[in-house]
Design a protein around this ligand. Structure first.
Ligand SMILES: [Zn+2]
Length: 109
């Protein structure tokens, strides 16, 4: 019997969709449900690889808040192309770890 290397990721996304003009809704494969506001995603957003000191701006030019243009999920990561031209890659693990729902954050401070 051949060795079968199965790469499983517990952090699978079943579907995700925009929620109004301010948040992204994620339905996880284990039936968990997360809501990430765009602001939150921008804060989470890792700085560009070539500019490690830079953090991502919350607001785009002219105080227009950026929103996700394209969202792509592949290989355990989510790639968001923001409306202001900023591309960011989020690992699904990091997203799940930052879920702000009552179940994940039972005691908010
Ligand atoms: Zn949660």
């Amino acid at each position: 019997m051949a060795d079968l290397i199965q790469i499983t990721n517990p952090y699978k996304i079943r579907s995700c969709q925009g929620m109004g003009n301010y948040a992204l809704e994620i339905y996880w494969d284990d039936a968990h449900h997360s809501i990430f506001t765009f602001d939150q995603l921008r804060i989470l957003q890792p700085p560009p690889v070539d500019q490690p000191g830079r953090t991502s701006p919350l607001a785009g030019a002219g105080n227009v808040k950026p929103h996700p243009g394209k969202v792509k999920i592949a290989d355990g990561r989510m790639l968001i192309s923001w409306s202001d031209g900023y591309d960011a890659i989020y690992t699904l693990e990091a997203l799940r770890a930052d879920c702000q729902c009552a179940e994940c954050r039972p005691h908010p401070h």
